[in-house]
Design a protein around this ligand. Structure first.
Ligand code: NAD
Length: 329
């Protein structure tokens, strides 16, 4: 079984080489992302293995089908970047890693909140330069604050458990209530009520047609003045131009994002020597009350191990014609 892995970084290669014990799975590592310009690289492979910013359109799916690709193994949970209708049309199976250490993302979410609030990133730089003043480092207690959690699946639940330890009041919005969270005292509300009541809003729902630009000028009007907004889910949940306006007006008091709408041209790359052409990220980066990390919430040893294991298991199951447990349909 020949597998073409795209968007490969050194840590991916290391992890897949370490864990792939099956001699019948041969992985070819490509640094390039999979897109319309690189799709011809899939010729002769049985499967492709992709990550969050590799995009597979209908046209690419048609070509991959002609080239012999039968499986798309996502090494992530989200699958918004794959045209599933096209996959079905060309009889290409899609499998993903539905859960890998949700705590890794939940903990990073809390790291963003604590850093933005207590300004440890600024304090670190200041103290190293011999500036021991506390000016502009004032934060607020998380204890008794209302946190709005949008999406209480695996990551949302792990995040609520952390919030409970901080003594927060938790309001949540999800079409499906979690019994565990209700038992814990989490109050389910409409999305409007969550936006209206929360001091901190954290997004943990998937990116779909109905959640795209969930945070926009209109929905931000519902939010409290100076609210903290955190997004570790998918960039497309927030309308970037409109969040910039809200940061300028002070409506959004703090913004912490690990994902960004146009991240595919930026994230996971070292562009420190380049002239960055994306004006929106540069504007976002200029706010003193903003904190951007480059899609690294998932990046823990435990999560990497689980991603690698599950992806290899998906490929192996397909190869052995077993039931594909993590198939996306
Ligand atoms: P999950 O499928 O377990 O949970 C998603 C939840 O969102 C479900 O309970 C679902 O009912 C709910 N939901 C769907 N539409 C909604 C809506 N309109 N409003 C409110 N809730 C809604 O997924 P998960 O494992 O918790 O992951 C959540 C998201 O986190 C993924 O879709 C992915 O985009 C993102 N993610 C990010 C990283 C990262 O490194 N930053 C890593 C993994 C996953």
């Amino acid at each position: 079984m020949k597998v073409a892995m795209f968007s490969t970084k050194s840590y991916d290669k290391e992890s897949f080489r370490k864990h792939n014990q099956n001699p019948s799975i041969e992985i070819c590592f490509f640094k390039a992302a999979l897109n319309i310009n690189t799709v011809d690289l899939t010729k002769g492979f049985d499967a492709v293995c992709i990550f969050v910013n590799d995009e597979i359109s209908d046209e690419m799916m048609a070509r991959m089908h002609r080239y012999g690709v039968q499986l798309i193994a996502l090494r992530c949970a989200g699958f918004n970047n794959v045209d599933l209708e096209a996959a079905k049309k060309y009889d290409i199976k899609v499998a993903r890693v539905p859960a890998y250490s949700p705590e890794s993302i939940a903990e990073h979410t809390m790291a963003l909140i604590l850093t933005l609030n207590r300004k440890t990133h600024k304090a670190y730089n200041r103290v190293r330069e011999g500036n021991f003043s506390l000016r502009r480092l004032m934060g607020f207690n998380l204890h008794k604050k209302t946190v709005g959690v949008v999406g209480t699946g695996k990551i949302g639940i792990a995040f609520c458990r952390i919030l409970q330890g901080f003594g927060c009041r938790i309001v949540a919005s999800d079409p499906y209530e979690s019994e565990e969270l209700v038992q814990m005292g989490v109050q389910y509300k409409s999305l409007t009520e969550v936006f209206e009541q929360a001091d901190i809003i954290s997004l943990h729902c998937p990116l779909t047609d109905s959640t795209r630009h969930l945070v926009n000028a209109e929905s931000m009007r519902l939010m409290k003045q100076g609210v903290m907004l955190i997004n570790t889910s998918r960039g497309g949940l927030i309308k970037t131009e409109e969040i910039i306006e809200s940061l300028k007006s002070g409506k959004i008091g703090y913004l912490g994002i690990d994902v960004y709408e146009q991240e595919e041209n930026l994230f996971f790359k070292d562009l420190s020597d380049s002239i960055i052409q994306d004006d929106l990220i540069l504007r976002l980066n200029s706010f003193p009350n903003g904190l951007i990390t480059s899609h690294h919430a998932y990046f823990t040893e435990e999560a990497m191990d689980e991603i690698t294991h599950t992806t290899l298991k998906n490929i192996e199951s397909f190869h052995l014609e077993e039931k594909l447990l993590n198939e996306v349909t």
